[in-house]
Design a protein around this ligand. Structure first.
Ligand SMILES: Cc1cc2nc3c(=O)[nH]c(=O)nc-3n(C[C@H](O)[C@H](O)[C@H](O)COP(=O)(O)OP(=O)(O)OC[C@H]3O[C@@H](n4cnc5c(N)ncnc54)[C@H](O)[C@@H]3O)c2cc1C
Length: 334
C-alpha cells in the first residue's frame, strides 16, 4: 500500500525560499515519524529545481517541482490551477501552507476547489488516534485554543504563521525529485504583472532579530517612535508594533506582531506602551526575556514580563538610551 503523504507548499520568490516552508517541513517530518507518512514538498516557479537539495536537507523525502514561465512570479490563478491538478492526481493526506500573504490567498482558493476544509493560523498540529490531523487554532483573541479536525475530506489543509514551527537541522539527507507536467492550458487569466519594484526593508527583519523593541498605542506618535528606533539601532535589533501604530501609520504592516502579524522568538523583547492584549501576546510569548514599560501598573503585559518598569516611557527611555550608549562606549552590536 502506498504511504500517505504530508505535503508542504514551498513559497519562493525570485528563487529564494521563504523560511516558513522550511519550518513547516520540520513539523511535517515530526508528524511523519509518528504516522510513517512520506513528506513531500511542492515547489512552483520557473527554473526552481536547484532549490530541491536544500528542501530535502530540511526534511522532505520527495520534491514535486512544477516549472513553467507562467509560474515564475506568483499569480493566484495559475498557481491554484497547478496545485489543484497535483492534488487531484496524487491525493495528499495533509497540505500545509505558510500564513504569508501568498499562503493566505492561495490556500482558501485551493481548499474551495478541492471541496475540503482549511484551518487558518494554526499554532500546532498533531495526530488523533484515528490518524486525523488535529489543527490547533487560537480563538477569542488567543484566550482559548480550538482543536479542528477534517475527518471526511482530503487533503487536511492548514496555514501556519511564520516563526511558529521549528526547522529541523539541515543534514545530508537523500530524497527524490519528481517533475510535474504543467499543461499549456494553464489558467493565466486575471491580473498581469507588468513590472516589479522592490522596496528595501526599512528595518531589520523581525523574525530573525535577536532583539525586538515593540511599541504600542501608548507611544502616541512618530516623535515617541523615534526613541524605539534609536534603542533598536543601539542594540542591533528590530522595531515591532502592535496593531494601533500600524493603523496610524507610525509602523508598517510588516512590523506587526501577533495573531494577524508575525510570531517572534527573540532573545530580548522590550514592549513599550503596550497593554498586552492576547492578540499581541500570542506573537511574542516565546521571547526569552521580556521587558515591559507601561504607565499602568495593571497592564496585562506585565503578567508575561520578566522585568516590569512602571512609568511614562518619555521619562524612562532617554536615561535608558543614555546609559546603554555609555556602556557600549561607541561600540554597537551587529
Ligand atoms: C481579530 C483581531 C486580530 C488582532 N490581531 C492583532 C495582532 O496581530 N497584533 C496586535 O498587536 N493586535 C491585534 N489586534 C488588536 C488587539 O486586540 C489590541 O487592540 C492591540 O494589541 C492593542 O494595542 P496596544 O497595546 O498598543 O494598545 P492599547 O491596548 O491601547 O494599550 C496602550 C498601552 O499604552 C500604555 N501607555 C499609554 N501612555 C503611556 C506612556 N506615556 N508610557 C508608557 N505606557 C503608556 C497604556 O497604559 C496602555 O496599556 C487584533 C484584534 C482583533 C479583533
Amino acid at each position: 500500500m502506498e504511504k500517505s503523504q504530508i505535503w508542504v507548499f514551498m513559497e519562493q520568490r525570485g528563487g529564494v525560499l521563504h523560511e516558513v516552508g522550511l519550518e513547516l517541513l520540520g513539523k511535517a517530518r515530526e508528524l511523519a515519524e509518528v504516522s510513517g507518512s512520506t513528506v513531500a514538498a511542492i515547489l512552483l516557479g520557473a527554473e526552481v529545481a536547484p532549490l530541491a537539495d536544500r528542501i530535502i536537507n530540511h526534511g522532505a523525502d520527495l520534491v514535486l517541482v512544477a516549472e513553467h514561465p507562467a509560474l515564475e512570479t506568483y499569480r493566484l490563478l495559475p498557481y491554484t490551477d497547478v496545485l489543484t491538478r497535483a492534488c487531484r492526481e496524487r491525493h495528499p493526506s495533509v497540505l500545509l501552507f505558510g500564513a504569508t500573504r501568498m499562503g493566505v490567498e492561495l490556500a482558501p482558493r485551493l481548499a474551495a476547489r478541492l471541496k475540503t476544509g482549511l484551518s487558518a493560523h494554526c499554532i500546532d498540529l498533531q495526530w488523533d488516534a484515528n490518524g486525523n490531523l488535529l489543527q490547533m487554532v487560537p480563538g477569542w483573541g488567543g484566550g482559548v485554543v480550538a482543536t479542528i479536525r477534517c475527518p471526511d475530506h482530503r487533503p487536511q489543509m492548514a496555514t501556519v504563521m511564520p516563526g511558529v514551527m521549528q526547522k529541523c537541522e539541515s543534514s545530508r539527507r537523500s530524497g527524490r525529485v519528481i517533475t510535474l507536467t504543467v499543461g499549456e492550458d494553464l489558467d493565466v487569466s486575471g491580473p498581469k504583472i507588468l513590472s516589479i519594484d522592490r522596496e528595501e526593508p526599512k528595518t531589520r527583519a523581525l523574525e530573525t532579530a535577536e532583539v525586538v523593541i515593540a511599541g504600542g498605542w501608548g507611544i502616541g506618535g512618530p516623535e515617541g517612535w523615534k526613541l524605539l528606533e534609536e534603542l533598536a539601532a543601539l542594540l542591533g535589533g528590530a522595531v515591532g508594533a502592535t496593531r494601533p501604530p500600524v493603523d496610524e501609520g507610525w509602523a508598517s504592516e510588516e512590523q506587526m506582531i501577533g495573531q494577524s502579524g508575525k510570531t517572534i522568538r527573540p532573545r530580548l523583547y522590550i514592549g513599550v506602551g503596550i497593554s498586552g492584549m492576547s492578540h499581541h501576546v500570542v506573537g511574542m510569548d516565546g521571547s526569552e526575556l521580556v521587558v515591559a514599560i507601561n504607565s499602568d501598573p495593571k497592564a496585562s503585559l506585565f503578567e508575561v514580563a520578566d522585568i516590569c518598569i512602571v512609568g511614562d516611557f518619555r521619562e524612562i527611555m532617554p536615561p535608558l538610551l543614555e546609559e546603554i550608549r555609555r556602556r557600549l562606549g561607541g561600540k554597537q552590536p551587529h
